[in-house]
Design a protein around this ligand. Structure first.
Ligand code: HEM
Length: 465
């Protein structure tokens, strides 16, 4: 039996034909409704064939059978930057993003335990709380007399996310939410340039492969800045530690100190570089989605407020109080299901594989469209309704564990997951504790940019309780 193959004919389908990166969610929906659980797309210039797979059993099988070095199709332009253009800088230890095979495995092994240990993330609770407090100060400063923040609020969220990540990855206060130095401006600008260039470079026709396009030139300059600033702070921490060897084995040693303890400053630099590349806009999208859902569900704001008040009282955030906020956790989980910051995931087949009875050759990219799958009645009851309670442990629901996977799965699972969870939880709890949130404009659609966010000015009203 032949796999539904769109070949070049997909260009003649509405939406798919005029394929827009920002509408991959709509493309997924149309593909699934028209062709079913598996569909192969070929003929996209500069890209291998893609197979969209909407079957959670098959996705589970692929994940469970993936070998030691799973290959996530991603970022050919970053791949070129790390492995060709700046090979002299990145060398053999080139990180985890846009790195595959042995190189990826060796690097991930060096940092995985430290990054994913719940113990390490817990050390950052008060640090994250501090950045959230500064974010709240910032909201107070920028909101108008109607308690409404300006339309470019997403860039404020980015600044908070970057500030938090700099504390986590480099032990440094960049000051993104307060006074800004030349260096702060440089890294904010660089990270924003990378975000803005990525859809053009990665998802459209890759002209940069043939000549230095203006977008490519800006992208390279931005990556160079992030690399240089990461190296500077990793080096400072390394020199500090060299003078005080005891600091390396304290129970409260930072993530950077732990990484430096086992590795050289190069590994810490490249790790920070990668974390900046993928940890800022994903977390920002998570915050934008949560705040937007809060504004749409005032009834849940009250329930969450009680949840937070009961757990926190007037005290600081602790791991115990975070554990107790089951409604806040469930609200965030439900937001991830319906509006995942990362729309889907994927793997490039490293050997010929049979999927849904079809032989899929090595090299084909399999796309797991989790956002679409989360909206199928096959996997979730009342799938389009926002029901946080469905995630309560006591519910004993039988949701397929591979239908909604906001942080991926397996050996390549999100390396920053513990930190992302913590950041979203602390921020949501503290915002809910202080404000009621409103959005008084027409309903927003979601767009892929390349993270999945509400498409429009995020002019929330933050009304003090
Ligand atoms: C809401 C926030 C976030 C979401 C939804 C998210 C989601 C994801 C997903 C879906 C993947 C792919 C996993 C796979 O292939 O199975 C991933 C990979 C990754 N994430 Fe996150 N992420 C978030 C925040 C962060 C943060 C804050 C950091 C850094 C501190 C981070 C670091 C990484 C890294 C380094 C990888 C690549 C792992 C590898 O290929 O070995 N992420 N993330």
């Amino acid at each position: 039996m032949a796999l539904p193959l769109l070949g070049n004919a997909w260009r003649f389908l509405p939406i798919v034909g005029s394929y827009k990166v920002s509408e991959v969610d709509k493309v997924s929906k149309l593909l699934h409704e028209t062709f079913g659980d598996i569909v192969r797309i070929s003929g996209i210039i500069g890209r291998p064939d893609m197979v969209f797979l909407f079957d959670a059993d098959e996705i589970e099988k692929l994940f469970r059978e993936e070998g030691q070095t799973p290959h996530r199709p991603s970022m050919p332009s970053l791949n070129y930057y790390k492995h060709v253009l700046r090979k002299d800088v990145f060398g053999e230890d080139a990180g985890v993003i846009a790195v595959h095979g042995e190189g990826w495995y060796k690097f991930r092994t060096k940092v995985q335990q430290t990054m994913l240990q719940p113990r390490t993330a817990k050390l950052y609770i008060s640090t994250i709380e501090e950045t959230v407090d500064s974010f709240i100060d910032r909201i107070e400063k920028i909101k108008d007399t109607n308690s409404e923040v300006p339309g470019d609020f997403l860039s404020e969220i980015h600044n908070w996310s970057l500030e938090s990540l700099a504390r986590i990855a480099l032990d440094v206060k960049l000051g993104c939410l307060k006074e800004s130095s030349e260096e702060t401006e440089e890294i904010i600008e660089a990270i924003n340039t990378v975000f803005k260039s990525t859809p053009d470079l990665e998802l459209k026709i890759p002209f940069w492969r043939f000549f230095n396009t203006p977008t490519w030139n800006k992208y390279v300059k931005a990556l160079d800045s992030i690399q240089r600033i990461s190296m500077k702070y990793a080096q400072i921490a390394f020199e500090r530690l060299s003078k005080d060897p005891k600091a390396q084995c304290r129970p409260d040693s930072s993530l950077l100190e732990r990484v430096l303890n086992q590795n050289n400053p190069h590994v810490a630099t490249v790790l920070a570089f990668d974390l900046f590349l993928v940890g800022v806009d994903t977390t920002s999208a998570g915050v934008a989605n949560i705040l937007y859902q809060l504004s749409l569900h005032p009834e849940y704001q009250e329930i969450l407020y009680e949840d937070v008040t009961k757990a926190l009282g007037k005290g600081p955030v602790t791991s115990q109080s975070l554990e107790e906020m089951q409604y806040v956790r469930a609200f965030i989980r439900e937001t991830h299901r319906l509006y995942p910051s990362v729309l889907g995931n994927g793997r490039t087949m490293i050997k010929d594989t049979v999927i849904c009875g079809y032989k899929i050759p090595k090299g084909v990219q399999i796309v797991f469209p989790h956002e679409r799958m989360s909206k199928l009645t096959r996997y979730f009851d009342s799938p389009n309704e926002f029901i946080p309670e469905r995630w309560f442990k006591s519910k004993k629901n039988n949701y397929h564990p591979f239908a909604s996977l906001p942080f991926g799965y397996g050996k390549r699972m999100c390396l920053g997951r513990r930190f992302a969870d913590l950041e979203l939880l602390v921020l949501t709890a503290k915002i809910i504790q202080k404000y009621k949130i409103e959005y008084r404009y027409p309903k927003l659609e979601h767009t892929v940019s390349p993270v999945y966010i509400p498409n429009g000015p995020l002019k929330f009203r933050f009304i003090k309780r």
